[in-house]
Design a protein around this ligand. Structure first.
Ligand code: HDL
Ligand code: ZN
Length: 421
């Protein structure tokens, strides 16, 4: 059999080739807060939503004299006016969240030199949601996004009564924060409202445990999620003599195995450190990752997706992934989703784990964000990969374009689909 001689890449061609490959690779975006158009108002899009992203709200309070009451009593368009004037006109939009707005407007072909917010609004006025969704996916070169579906949200529950899940660009994920972090209030209340016979006591009885498993099964069968997800505080411990510890042991882990459904743990968020900022008020904390180490060691037949919020936890997460193949680490989440830290995290992940990672997710809340979050991340992933391939070639390895395409497809799409199998 003749081995087809393929062209080995000269090192000087790497930057352009890697960039081309990364740009042209369709992405599966494994964690977003986006919704299919059928979810109506739950799908956020357009310049006023883009400007009132909670990251920009937090930044505006630092550069404006507006009070919390004044801001929250202002209609959304007025909030957007203030944010635009404060962060984009009175100051250069240097932050990552600000730069994202600029990248998005530019890629939509709008005139940045005008700095005319009303003009940008007029552009969106003429667009239908379906046309804009198509445009956002095309510009971002995204194949599909995983939504964050919350059965504890009555508005979303109503949509699932009729939603046909007929748009394969929108995949589901079952988000269960109230079950694990607020069982005594929202958890019990919602389960009882939905007809699950959980007694109100704060110890998980055998009956309640059965009912929680039935609730999870019902929603898994209804929404066909790709994984179950929860965000957890820096104080999370496992095992833990608590409702949460019991719920994990008796409900989450067995159901996860039963349905071959990964459990996504997003660890390190302290909710509402400043409640006056509402969605923008959450903070970060370093977590003791022995919680994850114990879960992984005790449950070799469960699959875990994990991302951590503290920069200080990133390296030990990589080491944990080396110890446990049933752990897939993903993304540069929230407060580490900034170019300088994305670069650092991606470098250490490739050095410690090679290609067995999911380097990024967008966490997009507004459809427009899909455009900038992936434009920015592709640039960084491409430059880090180029340096790693250069190191490889300088060490004597020969490389082909096909191999780079194979590797990038794994990082941006296939590692996720394979992990689900
Ligand atoms: O808990 C989460 O999924 C976080 O991503 C929060 O939604 C957070 O508000 C966020 O949007 N971060 O990017
Ligand atoms: Zn999120």
């Amino acid at each position: 059999m003749t081995i087809q001689k393929v062209e080995m890449l000269p090192i000087e061609s790497l930057p352009q080739i890697v960039d081309d490959v990364v740009q042209s690779q369709e992405i599966i975006d494994i964690h977003t807060h986006l919704f299919a158009p059928a979810f109506g108002k739950l799908l956020l899009w357009g310049i006023d939503e883009l400007l009132t992203y909670h990251y920009l709200i937090a930044e505006t309070f630092r550069r404006s004299s507006v009070t919390y009451d004044q801001f929250w009593s202002t209609p959304k368009s007025g909030q957007a006016d203030l944010i635009w004037q404060t962060l984009f006109i009175n100051n250069s939009p240097l932050s990552e969240a600000c730069r994202g707005v600029i990248t998005t407007l530019k890629m939509l072909g709008l005139d940045l030199s005008s700095r005319n917010l009303q003009g940008y609004r007029d552009y969106f006025t003429d667009l239908s949601v379906d046309d804009f969704v198509n445009q956002a996916f095309r510009l971002a070169n995204v194949k599909s996004v995983v939504m964050t579906n919350d059965p504890f949200d009555p508005v979303e529950r109503e949509v699932w009564e009729t939603y046909q899940a007929d748009d394969d660009r929108f995949l589901a994920a079952l988000r269960i924060d109230p079950l694990l972090n607020d069982y005594g209030n929202t958890g019990i209340e919602t389960l009882q409202t939905l007809g699950y016979d959980v007694d109100g006591t704060l110890a998980l009885s055998k009956q309640a445990s059965r009912q929680v498993r039935r609730f999870l099964s019902d929603w898994i069968e209804r929404i066909q999620p790709k994984y179950m997800a929860v965000s957890l505080p820096p104080t999370f411990r496992y095992p833990e003599d608590s409702i949460r510890g019991q719920m994990i042991q008796e409900c989450i882990l067995p159901i996860s195995r039963q349905y071959n459904l990964p459990w996504a743990l997003m660890i390190g968020v302290t909710r509402a450190v400043n409640p006056q900022l509402r969605l923008a008020g959450d903070g970060v904390g370093k977590v003791d990752l022995t919680c994850l180490e114990n879960l992984l060691r005790e449950n070799p037949d469960n699959k875990f997706l994990t991302t951590v919020l503290s920069r200080e936890n990133q390296h030990e997460l990589c080491v944990l992934a080396r110890k446990f193949p049933n752990l897939m680490i993903f993304g540069c989440w929230w407060f580490v989703n900034n170019p300088s830290i994305i670069q650092e995290i991606t470098q250490e992940r490739l050095e410690l784990l090679g290609l067995s990672i999911i380097p990024q997710h967008s966490d997009a809340r507004i459809m427009d964000q899909l455009i900038y979050k992936w434009t920015h991340s592709r640039q960084i992933i491409s430059s880090v990969l180029t340096e790693k391939y250069k190191d490889l070639i300088n060490s004597g390895w020969e490389l082909t374009r096909l191999e780079i395409e194979r590797d990038v497809a794994a990082l941006l799409s296939e590692n996720f689909t394979t992990f689900l199998e």
